[in-house]
Design a protein around this ligand. Structure first.
Ligand code: PMP
Length: 397
């Protein structure tokens, strides 16, 4: 049987995807295919390998933890040090910020994925506020389970109705739409940097007005930093570049340094509604897996110890400086979360295919198929950026 026959995630029959490159090894910013073919990974497995593939600190942390224990029991049942240490480290990254109600984001619930973090956060907001409605933005992506899917685009939702009722969609950056957030709204879920819409950094004035509106009507503001968190945008959290603090913060992807893990993080005062009776809150067997937590802690420490945030903006500027060509319409970015816009999908696809044949892997976005996704591991060097940009420019036909 071929890979297309046995493995559904690989099965799309269109010529557009998947790449179906057979990778034998990954290291740093490189993927190694069959017969020693070497690719530069400019997308980090979709914003995951922020510290590079198989970072030695992450690999060592995994090995050390595997030698102690792996899964012991459903999350929360026993005290597992990797979870405690990671929760403490995450809280430390947030200790200087206060929510609009003066709380600190100091309580973590670990999940398996970004989507599960979204689901948990929606449940938490409903329990805390006693309200039923959730507001999300047009062209936002929050995941693919039926709750998260309810928040997303119609194209992805339409085959799966009935989905969650009481979801209101608003247009990003449109102040008039803030009126749709009312005293019935449990939470607004918002990506500070829109990911799958093709890298859309929030407008700071809008974000402040959004925060203000939520305060006025007693609605919780959830920031989905699944894609923008863990250093991707040049600060540990993207929201740090705005003067706006969420009530609930979501992360996943880059968090695990290549291992599966996510989290929703909220102040003790909000999370308390789940603590009274945890089994009526959220339950997960593998969420906060100790090996993933160990990998995540090593990732977080590496970002800080290796000062990876310091160079992000400089590296992003170098991409901007080098990627100049009449075919390039626009570059949008926050740190190393970048979108390079071309005329249309066909133009972009031809460039992506050619660049891959020359050893550079890029991609497009779920909701934006005329823009090239560039989100390399933060460890990429200036020399590698130069090589990558040369290949991309050479691939423009
Ligand atoms: N939120 C955002 C902003 C995302 O980009 C994604 C994944 N692309 C998700 C949630 C879902 O995360 P996961 O695939 O880990 O479930």
């Amino acid at each position: 049987m071929t890979h297309r026959e046995v493995f559904l995630q690989n099965v799309a029959q269109t010529s557009d995807f998947p790449l179906a490159l057979e990778i034998e090894k990954a290291e740093g910013i490189y993927l190694y295919g069959k017969n020693g073919v070497k690719y530069m990974d400019l997308i980090s497995g979709i914003g995951v390998s922020n510290v590079g593939h198989r970072h030695p600190n992450v690999v060592n942390a995994i090995k050390t933890q595997v030698d102690k224990y792996m899964h012991l029991m459903v999350y929360g049942e026993y005290v597992q040090q990797p979870q405690v240490l990671l929760a403490q480290a995450l809280a430390k990254t947030l200790a200087n910020y206060r929510t609009a109600t003066g709380y600190v984001l100091d309580n973590v619930y670990f999940t398996n994925s970004g989507t599960e973090a979204v689901e948990g956060a929606m449940k938490l907001a409903k329990r805390f506020t006693g309200r039923t409605e959730i507001v999300s933005c047009n062209r936002s992506y929050h995941g693919s389970t039926q709750g998260a899917l309810s928040l997303g685009e119609e194209h992805f939702r339409r085959n799966f109705r009935p989905l969650l009722p009481a979801i209101t969609k608003i247009e990003r950056n449109q102040l008039i739409d803030l009126e749709k957030i009312t005293t019935q709204t449990a939470a607004v879920i918002f990506e500070p940097v829109g990911g799958e819409s093709g890298v859309r950094p929030a407008d700071e004035v809008y974000l402040k007005e959004l925060r203000k509106r939520c305060n006025e009507v007693g609605t919780l503001l959830i920031f989905d930093e699944v894609q923008s968190g863990f250093g991707r945008t040049g600060s540990f959290w993207a929201f740090e570049q705005y003067d706006v603090v969420p009530d609930i913060l979501l992360c996943a992807k880059g968090m695990g340094g290549g291992m599966p893990i996510g989290a929703f993080i909220a102040p003790q005062q909000i999370m308390a509604v789940f603590k009274d009776n945890p089994i009526l809150g959220h339950i997960t067997t593998f969420g906060g897996h100790p090996v993933s937590c160990a990998a995540s802690l090593a990732t977080l420490n590496t970002i800080h110890d290796d000062n990876l945030l310091a160079e992000v903006e400089k590296k992003a500027s170098l991409f901007r400086e080098l990627l100049v060509h009449p075919a390039i319409k626009e570059i949008r970015h926050k740190g190393l979360m970048m979108a390079v816009e071309f005329e249309d999908f066909d133009t972009l696809k031809a460039i992506i295919d050619k660049a891959i044949s020359k050893g550079v892997i890029t991609d497009w976005f779920l909701y934006c198929d005329n823009s090239m996704r560039i989100a390399p591991p933060l460890i990429i060097t200036e020399e590698e950026i130069r090589q990558a940009c040369e290949i991309i420019l050479d691939s423009i036909v």
